[in-house]
Design a protein around this ligand. Sequence first.
Ligand SMILES: Cc1ncc(COP(=O)(O)O)c(C=O)c1O
Length: 440
Amino acid sequence: MTYAKVTGKLPGPRSRQLLEEWHRCEADVTGYQAQIVWDKAEGCIVTDVDGNTYIDWTSGVLVTNVGHSHPRMIRAVQESVTRLINNYESPTPYRVEAAKALMAVMPRHFGKCFFLSTGAEATEAALRLMKRKTGRYEILSFEGAFHGRTMGSASVGGLAGPKKGYGPAVPGILRAAYPNPYRDEMGFCSDGPGFRKYFRYLEDLVNANSTGSLAGVIVEPYQGAGGFIFPPAGWLKRLEEWAHARGMLFTLDEVQSLYGRTGRMFAMDHESLQPDVVTLGKAIGCGIPVSAVVATDEVFSCLSKGELSSTLGGNPVSSSVVPVILEIMKEEQLVENSAAMGAYMKKRLVEIAARSPYLGDVRGMGLVMGLEFVKDKATKEPAKELIKPFIDACACHGLLVGSVGMYGNVIRVAPPLVITREIADESLACMEKALATLHL
Ligand SMILES: Cc1ncc(COP(=O)(O)O)c(C=O)c1O
């Protein structure tokens, strides 16, 4: 069976018309995506308004872990929406069940969660918790980080896009380098498990820049928007120990790494991390807007009534999908499928990369991988100019991909976790055909 079918040039006539109307009315300020208009999607397959079908390597943006439009999610939304769409600051059976189901899968040292709507909102809540709990105001974060686009979350971010032109950033933020095994000019990745070079650098950075009021660290387990950069094994654990030894709180941003994406239920499971605070988003609602901040009882105890709230956080419709998604994850063994299909696809991608002059690095774990495009594999000069043509060529061959990266030169491989071997094989063939069309 063939899943991807594209006839004629893209965008098709109906897509073209809708894209034009869209840009006439809504500001054209989003990143570059395949020039199609989505009509519907199921599992890993997307259909556009012209009837073309594509295999999806985007999952939205790492959102639809259980697959697009899972029938059980649809039923949960239909049922809740006919009963109650909105209420505020009081529980509903949906919200109570969502909290119980979420806390049942969280590592046991966590005490409580609080539901919000977006990843950025969860970041803001985590920053508040760290400051409020410690009574200090400085936050350590990382160059290349992305935690959202609100003022606080953009300020702890380390990418130009969300910040440039909007200064001053929130004061009291120290940003350190994030170890990048592919571009390790400083040698930060090579001396694990102690990473002495890195932590000597971090000590110097803190001593030179902190006013002595460090509240905590916020870090992604791998940098998503920064380019799917995976730190060397053991570094996150060392960072957590380092922060705790200094009396700082440790927040792990699992907004995009959660629910099997990396081949484990949470990315923190790989190194048995014990963060004080964790932020969750994206796949916690698989497309229905819901996020959460989760923390130890001790951390949450710093807040009194009325200090954390949100108009839409914990609303009945969003809450209704939270337990259902967790049931699907378990029943369909999606964490296991992510690990198995991820290993299979990575091996194939490494083989494809060896045949391409432009694919400098294939990295990742589970079903989150980055393909880094370079002009020359020896110099590793980023080849940003290949990204747009590659996104377009992939779409023409029936594959949807998106891009990330500090240098804008990384393609995301992040299909829904329901991907099968048959669909993976077809998608890899589409990708290799698209790759063959690229020239500098
Ligand atoms: C690691 C991480 N944190 C936070 C966010 C912000 O989430 P949202 O776009 O839902 O505000 C994102 C979004 O891509 C993310 O990848």
